[in-house]
Design a protein around this ligand. Structure first.
Ligand SMILES: Cc1cc2nc3c(=O)[nH]c(=O)nc-3n(C[C@H](O)[C@H](O)[C@H](O)COP(=O)(O)OP(=O)(O)OC[C@H]3O[C@@H](n4cnc5c(N)ncnc54)[C@H](O)[C@@H]3O)c2cc1C
Length: 109
């Protein structure tokens, strides 16, 4: 399935380390699910210092099956109901080898 986000609308890839601006207030990201990961990347690219706190032992949030955080609604047979091409991070498409609607473990990977 073709990638749905137009090139001009994709988030820039991180190709080199970005120095954070220590004069700025430090931001805090709560949670390292999809939203926290995207927020952390935006802050990093903007040079804003931040900490990201995750209560579970790993990132992935809902997409981490049997997440020790006890909050994931992921079940063994869960597949996405939005296509990979639509759901992927704009700068990090899911592999083209994935089915159109990936399994939860493929999303988490
Ligand atoms: C069954 C199901 C199917 C879904 N299918 C799709 C789909 O097909 N396509 C789609 O786009 N979306 C789908 N979703 C929506 C899904 O919620 C999002 O894809 C995505 O997981 C949301 O990311 P998030 O980071 O906002 O939340 P989450 O993935 O829930 O991550 C939140 C993170 O924050 C952490 N956290 C929470 N509170 C704290 C705290 N106080 N301190 C530290 N860490 C904390 C948690 O441990 C977790 O890691 C589905 C959701 C469910 C439940």
């Amino acid at each position: 399935m073709p990638y749905l986000v137009k090139a001009k609308d994709r988030s820039a890839a991180v190709t080199a380390p970005v120095r954070s601006d220590g004069s700025l207030p430090r931001a805090c990201v709560i949670g390292a699910g999809s939203s926290g990961i995207a927020a952390a990347k935006a802050l990093y690219l903007a040079g804003i210092p931040f900490d990201c706190f995750e209560q579970g032992g790993a990132i992935g949030g809902n997409w981490l099956f049997q997440n020790p955080n006890g909050r994931s609604a992921c079940y063994e047979t869960l597949e996405i109901n939005t296509s990979c091409a639509r759901m992927a991070f704009s700068d990090f498409p899911m592999p083209s080898t994935y089915p159109a609607y990936a399994r939860h473990d493929q999303v988490q990977a």
